[in-house]
Design a protein around this ligand. Sequence first.
Ligand SMILES: CC(C)(COP(=O)(O)OP(=O)(O)OC[C@H]1O[C@@H](n2cnc3c(N)ncnc32)[C@H](O)[C@@H]1OP(=O)(O)O)[C@@H](O)C(=O)NCCC(=O)NCCS
Length: 165
Amino acid sequence: MPLTGELPGVGAISLCPIDDGYPRQTIESPYENWGEMAAAATSFSIDRWCIRLLAGGAGAIDVGYLSAHVVWYGPTFGSRAMNIGISIMAGFRGQGIGALCQQLLAEHLHEQGFVRVEASTDIENLAEQRALAAAGFHLEGTARQAQSRADGVHDLQVWSHIADC
Ligand SMILES: CC(C)(COP(=O)(O)OP(=O)(O)OC[C@H]1O[C@@H](n2cnc3c(N)ncnc32)[C@H](O)[C@@H]1OP(=O)(O)O)[C@@H](O)C(=O)NCCC(=O)NCCS
């Protein structure tokens, strides 16, 4: 069942579950230029959604992707969180799509029983920080030297969206 929302002046947004075989397009971003990836970091289960936009007379088109994977903070179900990620195609950024999609996904994951939904983003990624704030996420702090990409190691901001908060 797709998750849906409406962005005035932009169109109807739906999040559709996809599997690993889905032909995802490459989305260029300095924050996702990984370099060589570690097999162990990509072998765990990741849930994915494509972001579809229906606007005007055109049919629905894919404008980006969301992902979510489980993070365990202890060996109990109450210690489970979901960490989410997002990419929007360059021509569709800055219209509120990122904020709406992350809000829709966080609320969906809360309905699935996850109290804590988290997202991390580069301390320089101002667009994602603004999108997360607009989606109802709260900044928790900085994970220092947490992410290695092709251009070096970076500090990340940690944000969370807590059920009923
Ligand atoms: C980050 C991203 C997902 C945000 O999605 P989006 O649809 O552009 O987000 P929104 O339009 O909801 O919000 C973006 C906000 O950032 C602002 N913004 C955009 N570019 C900016 C920049 N360079 N500096 C500061 N603010 C910026 C927009 O004005 C908007 O803020 P506002 O609503 O207060 O005006 C999207 O830009 C993207 O895919 N970027 C490349 C991949 C990426 O960085 N993914 C996240 C990795 S953690």
